[in-house]
Design a protein around this ligand. Structure first.
Ligand code: ADP
Length: 151
């Protein structure tokens, strides 16, 4: 069984993440969306909300599982029996950043990182832009899946 871990903060999930997960499903038997817990990071959404938004967006997709984790992604891969890490690439900055992490992960394990190029229509979207729009009262709904509902 081909399993991939799609790690990230998902604060919150955006249409860009959604697109990568959807396309990941066609490549892997299971895509495990893994929300990283970093004690030093301040999030806008609680871990529960971030998890619920993703679960609800993929409630009709049995190949998508959502978990939370602490520590190294390669350790999580071992634990979940996943041979692949899935990541999205939007621009050269993403590439440079991801390259170093992927090389490190290959040095420390046999896990392969599979990159999917962002879809043109979601290439500009990031969670931080969504958070900015939200903070300033803009219409964030066009940037995120319907499951992202802010009270
Ligand atoms: P991280 O804190 O690890 O960057 P994110 O939640 O911001 O977590 O992103 C998780 C993954 O989703 C990363 O691989 C990132 O490049 C990818 N990603 C984010 N936004 C988009 C987008 N609009 N198109 C494609 N991939 C994206």
């Amino acid at each position: 069984m081909r399993k991939a871990i799609f790690p990230g903060s998902f604060d919150p999930i955006t249409n860009g993440h959604y697109d990568i997960i959807k396309r990941g499903i066609s490549l892997f038997d299971e895509v495990i969306v893994a929300i990283g817990i970093n004690a030093e990071k301040k999030y806008m959404f609680s871990l529960d909300d971030r998890k619920r938004f993703i679960e609800e967006a993929f409630k009709n997709e049995p190949k998508v599982k959502v978990i939370t984790y602490e520590g190294l992604t390669i350790d999580l891969c071992r634990k979940e029996n996943a041979d692949f890490i899935l990541r999205g690439l939007r621009n050269p900055a993403d590439f440079e950043f991801e390259k170093a992490i992927a090389h490190t992960n290959r040095r420390l394990s046999k896990i392969e990182t599979v990159f999917l190029l962002t879809a043109a229509k979601t290439s500009y979207i990031s969670s931080s832009i969504v958070r900015d729009v939200l903070r300033n009262g803009g219409d964030y709904t066009v940037l995120v899946p319907e499951s992202v509902k802010i009270k």
